[in-house]
Structure formats: structure tokens, C-alpha cells
Design a protein around this ligand. Structure first.
Ligand code: BJW
Length: 230
């Protein structure tokens, strides 16, 4: 690997072989729900019980023994052992499979499933079980204040300044397992290319922004990523 500073953007496709459904496949994560109902602040305000149940179910799945990091997560963790802080993983995923694989330099731009946040104070807490709308928040004592620590449509993704700084300083921008439908993440490739980085997409199929990438490798992330970083 001749690249010195790498930013890897990961999406749901990297966790698919670990048994976590992607969003936009036919049997995807939103199959039984309208996106507006479970992934917007308006949907949460209208039916917090439904939204908490949706995330409680995904949390239980992540914590089950069946879900483990796959060779793509492991290969990126191994690459970090070589590059240290010069490898940054920016993930849109709210699972913790990169961390389980051993990656340390990870930004969760769409939040984390194993955290909750007080809607009034923005204090973030770790969580290993269900959240209920009846739970009292530790910091403000209010019932119903605790919401999933995730970024819904219309909300600002997290750590954007750090992400853009890293993209501007990288010589390789690699996107893995993301459909390129959701912004600002889908726009990172253009930013990286304009900043002079080589850009590569690894995905099952061409993404919505595939024409912005200089290089493409199509196939299962669990096979293509280890082969690429080896
Ligand atoms: C495999 C594989 C295998 C399968 N191997 N590959 C009009 C134009 C532009 C933007 C907008 C617009 N109207 C509104 C917007 C903004 C909006 C947006 O983008 N909307 C679009 C629908 C158009 N964005 C926002 O609102 C964001 N906020 C924002 O923009 O704030 C303002 C701002 C602007 C500029 C700078 C900074 C801020 C917030 C977006 C929040 C997204 N939240 C979600 C839910 C998170 C919580 C949760 O998990 O429940 O994030 S939505 C969902 O989509 C989730 C994902 O992270 C995200 C992306 O999905 P991803 O990862 O790409 O998954 P899939 O399923 O789409 O694709 C998987 C891919 O993997 C596929 O291609 C498969 O082929 C592939 N694959 N198996 C390799 N084994």
C-alpha cells in the first residue's frame, strides 16, 4: 500500500456480511416502516414508542452473539496498526463493528446505537439495553428526554469539521459499502478529488455517485477489502 494518509468512508454494505441489513435493499432495514416514521425528528415526535422499538430491536441484534466483525472490518483494523492516525474510518454505520474489530480512529458521523442522548442537554450516555419513553433522564430528571444518539434526516451529522480536514489532507479516499444516496457523505468523494486524493469505491454495485470515483472494485466487501489492503 503506497498511500500515506487514508480516509475510509463506510456504509451499511460493510456490515451486511456480519448479518446486519442494509437500508435500501428490497428486504432492507426500513422494510416494515416508512423512512419518515423512523428516521426523522418529525417521525420521532409523532410516535416515539415506535422509533424506540425500532432502535431497541437493532440494539438487541447488535448485542447478539450472531453479529461479529467480518474480514472487511478486520482488514481495516489491521491497516490501522500500520498507518496509525494516518488512517481514519468515517462510518455512517451506528453499529460498533469497526471498534469490535480493533479500529480506534473511527468517527461515527450518523451516531451510535449503543449510546443515547438527552434531547434537552445533549449529554450522551452509553446504553446496553432498551430505552423506553418512560425512562427518566439522569441529567434533567425528565421522562421521555432520552432519544437514540443517531442522526436523522434534517439533522446535522457529527464531527463534520474533523472529517473535512481529514479528507483535505488524505491521498486516498476509499468508500466501502455505501449507496451514495445520502448527503453530505455522498459528496465526500468530490471534495476528496478536488483536494487531490485518489478516490476508490468498493461496493457490490455502482453507487449513485460512482462516476465521481477514479477507481472501482465491485464485489463483497469481505473479499475485496482484505485483498485490496493486503
Ligand atoms: C455491499 C454489500 C457487501 C450491500 N459488500 N457492498 C437533496 C439533495 C441533497 C441532499 C438533500 C436533499 N434533500 C435533503 C437532503 C439532505 C439529506 C439527504 O441526503 N437526503 C437524501 C435522501 C437526498 N441529508 C440529511 O438530512 C443529513 N443532514 C444534513 O444534510 O444536514 C445538513 C448538512 C449539510 C452539509 C454539511 C453538513 C450538514 C442527515 C442524514 C442522516 C442519515 N441518517 C441515516 C439513519 C442513521 C441512523 C440509523 O442507522 O438508523 O443514516 S439514513 C441511512 O442512510 C443511515 C445510513 O448511514 C445512510 C446511508 O446509507 P448507506 O450506508 O449508504 O446504506 P444503503 O443501504 O443505502 O447502501 C448499502 C450499499 O452497500 C448498497 O450500495 C449495496 O449495494 C452495498 N452492499 N452488501 C459490499 N456485502
Amino acid at each position: 500500500m503506497s498511500y500515506k494518509r487514508i480516509v475510509v468512508l463506510t456504509g451499511a454494505g460493510i456490515s451486511a456480511e456480519s448479518g446486519i441489513k442494509t437500508f435500501r435493499a428490497e428486504d432492507g432495514l426500513w422494510e416494515e416502516h416508512r423512512v419518515e416514521d423512523v428516521a426523522t425528528p418529525e417521525g420521532y415526535a409523532a410516535n416515539p414508542v415506535l422509533v424506540q422499538r425500532f432502535y431497541n430491536g437493532r440494539r438487541a441484534q447488535l448485542l447478539s452473539d450472531a453479529v461479529k466483525p467480518n474480514p472487511a472490518h478486520l482488514a481495516l483494523a489491521k491497516l490501522e496498526e500500520v498507518l496509525g492516525d494516518d488512517l481514519l474510518v468515517v462510518t455512517q454505520n451506528i453499529d460498533n463493528l469497526h471498534e469490535q474489530a480493533g479500529s480506534k480512529n473511527v468517527i461515527h458521523m450518523h451516531g451510535e446505537l449503543l449510546k443515547m442522548r438527552c434531547a434537552y442537554t445533549d449529554i450522551v450516555y452509553p446504553i446496553l439495553g432498551d430505552i423506553s419513553v418512560d425512562d427518566r433522564c439522569e441529567c434533567c430528571g425528565m421522562r421521555g428526554a432520552l432519544r437514540p444518539h443517531v442522526v436523522w434526516f434534517g439533522e446535522m451529522p457529527l464531527q463534520m469539521e474533523e472529517i473535512y480536514d481529514a479528507i483535505e489532507g488524505c491521498d486516498l479516499f476509499l468508500a466501502i459499502g455505501t449507496s451514495g444516496n445520502v448527503y453530505p457523505a455522498a459528496g465526500f468523494v468530490r471534495h476528496a478529488a478536488m483536494s487531490g486524493a485518489h478516490t476508490m469505491e468498493i461496493n457490490l454495485e455502482p453507487s449513485a455517485v460512482e462516476s465521481a470515483f477514479a477507481e472501482h472494485r465491485y464485489g463483497l466487501a469481505g473479499e475485496v477489502v482484505p485483498a485490496f489492503v493486503a
